[in-house]
Design a protein around this ligand. Sequence first.
Ligand code: ATP
Length: 366
Amino acid sequence: MSIINLKDKNLYYIGGVVRDEILGHKSFDIDITYVGDAIEFAKTIPDAQILQINEPFGTVRIKMNGEEIDIASTRCETYPQKGHLPVVGDIGCSLKEDVLRRDFTINALTKSTLTGEIIDYTKGLEDIKTKTLRILHDNSFIDDPTRIVRALKFSVRFGFELEPHTKKLQDEYLSNINYDMSYKRLKKELVETFNLNSWTAFERFIEQGIYKLIAPCEFTLPTVNLEELINLYNPIYPWIIYVGLLPDISNLPLTKSEKKIVDDYKKILNQVQNDKIISDFEIYKNFEGVNLETVLMYATVNTEVATRYLDILRHIKLEITGKDLQNLGIPPSSKYSEIFDCVLKEKLKNPELSKFEEIELAKKFL
Ligand code: ATP
């Protein structure tokens, strides 16, 4: 773990960073908690410049020796509106109370910045040893169902299993989901989980019914394992390839490009009948202009067509342009696209065609 250059008897590493250190994993975030008021504490640190204060949450960002450090005050949280952001209660509570608002025992470990001692109020160390994911109280998933996806993420990332009572509570929640929840938070966890590109994660997501958190619908696991294809073609947004396959993800707040990926996939599904043999020209036209992610989603329906496009067809490009047609004396009109399509059909049969030969073909089609 990258150690911060700040030590105090009330200052603790907390959560994922402690877990990752024990597991020998690299941590991206370092969460630090001050038992008491972190903002007041920050003001007393010599050589520290205060960059940002968030009074309602009791958090502060400081800069010290060129390093930016976020410090949180210990705090309690309650969930008056289940499934939504918690409400901050007592700021400056005890370390134990702060720990008890967390999701799993493995994420509830703390380590003193001063002595390096690990404080384990919830038997998280034992659960790390036995590779177990255990929630801290029976209402945990009701308070925050995104924890179900977090459990999936950790189970795949670390090879951990849900402890039986936790699994039972997960099943109970999934058979009675409260759809009034924060889909922004759910999406964040889905993105982190499925960007791991794990087919095992997707299998569990479907088989355990976790996908129903997004919308009440039915879905069966595709027979094509996407993990290898994703590794092979390296899309920018692996997560949407998995999640976008579900029949209804309208609850998730998607970006414009994510929405395009899913909409294009649905459009292609409607256009291409799976049992019909389609020509290279039809494949080309269907996938032209869509994102790689969409083509990979379609690979679950027809891998041969999708990989033919990705491996061969998408690299074939016409060289002839509208300018060339104008030079041939053809005034710009809808005729252009007809001519381009005719030339394209030939180019797909013979990708070696030169620009000169394309122009000769265009003349022929006039
Ligand atoms: P990752 O490595 O994926 O970032 P992390 O455990 O560090 O995992 P963060 O989302 O950075 O996760 O959260 C930091 C800590 O905050 C967690 O270790 C956990 O203690 C707590 N936490 C995060 N999300 C929740 C949640 N939904 N419910 C309760 N505690 C949470």
